[in-house]
Design a protein around this ligand. Structure first.
Ligand SMILES: CCCCCCCCCCCCCC(=O)SCCNC(=O)CCNC(=O)[C@H](O)C(C)(C)COP(=O)(O)OP(=O)(O)OC[C@H]1O[C@@H](n2cnc3c(N)ncnc32)[C@H](O)[C@@H]1OP(=O)(O)O
Length: 223
């Protein structure tokens, strides 16, 4: 039987790709992912006739078959190249190869604040015309998690508390986070999503490096 911690560790991969090779992959797969993202929105919004829907379905299936001819068997994981360039390309919030990701481009200011301006299309709808609350949670989890990383305390989300203050529209939005404090091994980070009129969702996250990773880090420092 597989052990989830071992399985997770195996997906942190140092493959030593050069920056040039990684950039080539960004240039190749980034546009493919954008095309699939367009396809997702088009699938939702199309009003063409039945023959065109059937033709589109066959073309999509053909494209999927081409891509599946050679493919990894499971998740992408997190990979590092020779220079340390980190690729979480399967990440559901900001993965370069994940068409489900909005995607977010998260910036970090010199003072440690993380932020992103992003656009949510119709595929992220919950209540009519508004952002799905779970999508807001996805975005805040990532922006707050990256803020913990920037503060030098990377970790898994232990607890994420949200307060939905007013409905979040679809369209152009902003999210940001600031490191608040450490409480033992727990990094506490606060943030929000806002539209042009102000804050829609507030969040507080507790990020914890799992025990196995803390023990590995302590062992490498001791060694
Ligand atoms: C591996 C590296 C990961 C790096 C990721 C960077 C990605 C960045 C982007 C990320 C964005 C996306 C991110 C995602 O999507 S992360 C995906 C969603 N999160 C998960 O799946 C996490 C699942 N849970 C776990 O893995 C473990 O339970 C964790 C790691 C959370 C703690 O397990 P661990 O065995 O280490 O805990 P411990 O028993 O030694 O306790 C230690 C302390 O923590 C306190 N405590 C325990 N649990 C919780 C809790 N749930 N809330 C609040 N506090 C909690 C506990 O009381 C104690 O406090 P104190 O008594 O000392 O005061």
């Amino acid at each position: 039987m597989s052990d989830p911690i071992t399985d997770q560790r195996l997906l942190y991969i140092h493959d030593q790709l050069s920056d040039e090779d990684i950039q080539r992959e960004v240039d190749l797969y980034g546009p493919l992912t954008d095309s699939v993202r367009q396809l997702i929105a088009a699938t939702l919004q199309t009003e063409v006739g039945e023959p065109d829907v059937r033709r589109a379905k066959a073309l999509v299936e053909e494209a999927a078959a081409i891509l599946q001819e050679r493919a990894i068997p499971g998740p992408y994981g997190v990979r590092w190249g020779a220079s340390g360039w980190k690729r979480g390309w399967g990440n559901a919030a900001d993965g370069v190869r994940n068409a489900v990701a909005p995607p977010l481009t998260i910036q970090t200011d010199p003072d440690g604040r993380t932020w992103t301006d992003f656009h949510l299309g119709p595929q992220y709808e919950g209540p009519a015309g508004l952002t799905h609350g779970g999508v807001s949670a996805l975005i805040l989890d990532q922006v707050l998690g990256d803020c913990a990383v920037a503060a030098g305390s990377p970790g898994m989300t232990g607890t994420l508390t949200l307060r939905y203050r007013k409905p979040t529209p679809l369209g152009d939005l902003h999210a940001e986070a600031r490191f608040d404090r450490m409480d033992g091994v727990k990094a506490i980070v606060k943030g929000h999503i806002a539209d042009a009129a102000g804050i829609c969702v507030e969040a507080e996250g507790i990020f914890i490096l799992p025990r196995w990773a803390r023990e590995a880090a302590a062992a490498s420092t001791a060694g």
